[in-house]
Ligand binder design. Structure first.
Ligand SMILES: Nc1nc2c(c(=O)[nH]1)N[C@H]1C(S)=C(S)[C@@H](COP(=O)(O)OP(=O)(O)OC[C@H]3O[C@@H](n4cnc5c(=O)[nH]c(N)nc54)[C@H](O)[C@@H]3O)O[C@H]1N2
Ligand SMILES: Nc1nc2c(c(=O)[nH]1)N[C@H]1C(S)=C(S)[C@@H](COP(=O)(O)OP(=O)(O)OC[C@H]3O[C@@H](n4cnc5c(=O)[nH]c(N)nc54)[C@H](O)[C@@H]3O)O[C@H]1N2
Ligand code: SF4
Ligand SMILES: [Mo]
Length: 712
């Protein structure tokens, strides 16, 4: 028996785990009390870390047409499947879908970008367009770099406004904060306040100083009304960054059209409450506005995400302690560079003409590209760590489209709703045998820190690491011999060293390819750290509270914060034009549960035991009106599809709103998830509509879906 320390890879909170290892098994996982960031916090998911490795349904060997084969045979099948498509139809005929766990693996951070380059296809899709793309786009326009996203300074703020996020269950997103609930409790203990805006009285709302119910999809109006009030009452004060901001008057002009009197009715929030919210934000010693899924996965997602930061900027809270700030991760240099600004639409999707954003196309149009014949039709698909059949809109249609592909390969540990369509499934080694560094989330952390976890167990002989898998896929796609991934690893290291001319290659250390790449990034990074230093610090290295970074962080053409980019002004006009629309009688929103993780942890017995959580929540008033009894079945219909769900009558959702979680529906044929199959639930994305997107980001609209509900 021994103890090992490792960062939890299961959500964005990046907690330190203390693992008990008995031979080849992790028998227990608890919070690492000495961790510099999480201080012993662990949630029920993290506590099951070892059980994922033990899951008998987890694939350990590759599958070709559902049959277990050796690794070389599997790669031969991939080569034989992909090469002819590329050679006959060109690279655009191969699409790539990247799922969420790529943000939680080193292979995702280091080997996915070169995989995309090796593929050379315009058909790159990811879970980002069912998630945070609106925030990337709004920050791209504001700051010139879509990956520069300010996070709420949770530990120092006096007033936090949370819109469309439920960190009590999700543990936070686009704000890495281990023990987010604990940090919110500390905020209140030090005399601060936090207010939650949500159509559902969530656990976060219950713990808040105050919560405000809002009709789904209307946050842009609420925020515009706040901006209107700030100007009308002379409450704007940009503070120290005022010399670095352009476009304040243009925003003032836009906001003139959106007084609280207009927002009140549509949002369902009294005018006075909107005004006091504006005053609270402006007069608190420090304040931060934070928006997440409920502000992104809506029709005006980019506009809403932008308004979140407009309020932060106008109240003087951008880039100051207690406001919203830019983290500085150890693998990034943080050096000031001139910028060229942000733009989208370097290419367009073939069928719907949707603009490219950050090198990808909206996943809402993947089925179009597969189903529509013609030049450039998608005929083969690679998925890496994704389950789009459960997680993307009108997934019933995508499910059918996938069966029409010539070839599909998935890098995934499970035979699930998506990978059952794959000709070849390549299972990655499980997390216990992977090293871990959070390339994504350390750039979003509410406090700067760094941590690296070496693999807890050594590699199994003859089993490739996930970096090897992606290296071999890249070699296949670029038409090179693929049997030796080391060729690719060396190529990446040479490229990294070329970008680091001051670094002596002989100084670079690391037992594995990913470790050497990390070492280069750390040594050339903002703090001059090294892999060795992180290996010597199993509980992480604290790098202190967030520091102001304007103007060095900006990459706009002007070198300033560009508050009112033309595409956003045009969206404001579209919002204004939408005001006359009739409100839908009943709309669907999602929700998350602490013991769930999108679609893929429903096979862990400890997490799914007890009452089914996949219920359709409706307000008692709607239940009475629609004759829906608690526990009964109801048929739910949208433009995209129909499903049957179990009704849960609860005052937690506001009238006119129903809530169904996503990631369920594990009863499709060919799926090998024996625990999940015992309580499969239903797939809420049967109902979401692939034709309605946030135009600036291509993001799917997953909240506020018009539905009808009928008792069965
Ligand atoms: N209606 C609705 N739909 C939603 C959402 C919503 O709120 N409402 N949320 C959206 C959001 S925010 C997201 S991020 C997406 C998620 O969408 P996806 O990323 O498509 O789906 P996941 O359920 O996260 O599936 C992750 C897959 O990765 C596999 N996996 C796990 N670990 C690893 C690993 O280490 N390596 C590899 N190669 N594979 C691994 C799992 O087996 C699973 O197949 O869903 C979106 N869909
Ligand atoms: N336990 C658990 N944790 C997770 C995940 C999980 O599946 N389970 N998924 C992870 C992932 S990939 C992500 S991206 C994060 C997401 O992290 P969060 O954004 O915190 O996740 P949600 O719980 O979906 O919170 C979204 C909230 O928005 C509300 N909402 C819906 N529509 C609207 C609207 O129009 N306006 C407003 N103001 N609110 C609205 C919903 O009621 C819900 O409470 O969670 C991560 N953590
Ligand atoms: S909060 Fe997230 S990172 Fe922390 S233990 Fe739970 S799943 Fe893991
Ligand atoms: Mo997500």
């Amino acid at each position: 028996m021994r103890t090992a320390y490792r960062t939890c890879p299961l959500c964005e909170a990046a907690c330190g785990l203390e693992l008990t290892v008995d031979g080849e098994r992790v028998t227990a996982a608890r919070g690492d009390r000495d961790h510099v960031f999480s201080h012993g916090f662990v949630c029920p998911k993290g506590a099951t870390f070892g059980q994922l490795s033990d899951d008998p349904d987890r694939l350990r060997r590759p599958l070709v047409k559902g049959v277990e084969v050796g690794w070389e045979e599997a790669f031969r099948a991939v080569r034989d499947g992909l090469r002819p498509v590329v050679e006959r139809y060109g690279p655009d005929a191969v699409a790539l879908y990247l799922g969420n766990p790529n943000a939680h693996t080193m292979s995702g951070g280091l080997y996915v970008p070169p995989l995309i380059r090796a593929l050379g296809s315009q058909n790159v899709y990811s879970a980002s367009t069912v998630d945070q793309m609106p925030k990337h786009v709004s920050c791209g326009y504001l700051f010139g770099n879509p990956n520069v996203i300010p996070v709420p300074d949770l530990d120092r703020t006096d007033f936090l406004l949370i819109l469309g996020a439920n960190p009590w269950e999700s543990n936070g997103s686009l704000a890495t904060a281990a023990d987010f609930p604990g940090r919110l409790k500390a905020l209140r203990r030090r005399g601060g306040k936090f207010v939650v805006v949500d159509p559902r009285r969530t656990r976060t709302a219950e713990a808040a100083t105050d919560y405000i119910l809002i009709f789904p999809g209307t946050d842009a109006l609420l925020l515009f009304a706040i901006v209107h009030t700030l100007f009308a009452e002379g409450l704007t004060d940009l503070g120290d960054i005022s010399g670095h901001v352009l476009g304040v008057d243009a925003v003032r002009a836009l906001a003139a059209d959106f007084p609280p009197s207009i927002a009140a009715d549509i949002c369902g929030i009294p005018e006075d409450r909107i005004r006091t919210l504006a005053r609270e934000l402006a007069t608190a010693p420090t304040a931060a506005v934070y928006g997440r899924i409920g502000t992104c996965t809506v029709e005006f997602g980019t506009l809403t995400s932008w308004l979140v930061d407009v309020v932060n900027i106008l109240t003087g809270n951008l880039d100051r302690p207690g406001g919203v700030m830019f983290p500085l991760a150890a693998h990034t240099s943080g050096a000031a560079r001139p910028g060229r600004g942000f733009r989208t639409g370097r290419w367009h999707s073939r069928v719907r003409g949707l603009p490219e954003i950050k090198g990808e196309l909206p996943v809402a149009t993947l089925a179009d590209e597969i189903e529509t014949p013609g030049d450039g039709q998608v005929r083969a698909l690679i998925t890496v760590a994704g389950n789009p059949v459960l997680s993307t809109p009108n997934s019933g249609r995508l499910d059918r489209a996938l069966s029409g592909l010539d070839f599909m390969v998935s890098v995934d540990p499970y035979l699930n709703e998506t990978t059952r369509h794959a000709d070849v499934v390549l299972p990655p080694t499980d997390s216990v045998r992977k090293g871990h560094y959070d390339f994504a989330f350390l750039t979003l952390s509410v406090r700067n820190f760094a941590a690296y976890s070496p693999p807890v167990l050594p590699p199994e002989p003859g089993v490739p690491d996930e970096c090897d898998l992606l290296a071999r896929l890249s070699l296949i796609l670029s038409g090179q011999p693929d049997d030796d991934p080391a060729l690719f690893h060396d190529h990446l290291l040479r490229q990294a060293l070329k970008r680091a001319p001051d670094l002596d290659p002989a100084d670079v250390t690391g037992d594995r390819p990913a470790e050497r790449l990390l070492d280069v990034a750390l040594r050339t990074g903002a703090y001059g750290l090294s892999l060795r230093q992180l290996l010597d610090a199993p509980h992480g290295i604290d790098l202190g509270p967030l520091q102001p970074r304007i103007p060095g962080v900006l990459r706009t053409a002007s070198g300033k914060v560009e508050l009112c980019a033309p595409p956003l002004a045009a969206e404001a006009a579209r919002l204004l034009a939408s005001l006359g629309r009739r409100r839908d009688d009943m709309v669907l929103i999602g929700r998350r549960h602490l013991r769930s993780n999108n679609s893929w942890m429903h096979n862990v017995p400890a997490l799914v035991k007890g009452r089914s959580r996949c219920t359709l929540q409706v307000n008692p008033a709607d239940a009475a009106r629609l004759a829906l009894a608690d526990g009964s079945s109801a048929e739910v219909t949208s433009r995209a599809g129909t499903l049957t769900a179990t009704v849960e009558v609860t005052g937690a959702v506001m009238p006119g709103v129903a809530s169904l979680p996503h990631g369920w529906g594990h009863d499709l044929p060919g799926v090998r998830l024996s625990v999940a199959a015992t309580a499969p639930g239903v797939n809420s994305n049967i109902l979401t509509d692939e034709l309605v997107i946030d135009p600036l980001s291509g993001n799917s609209v997953l909240n506020g879906i018009p539905i009808t509900i009928k008792p069965l």
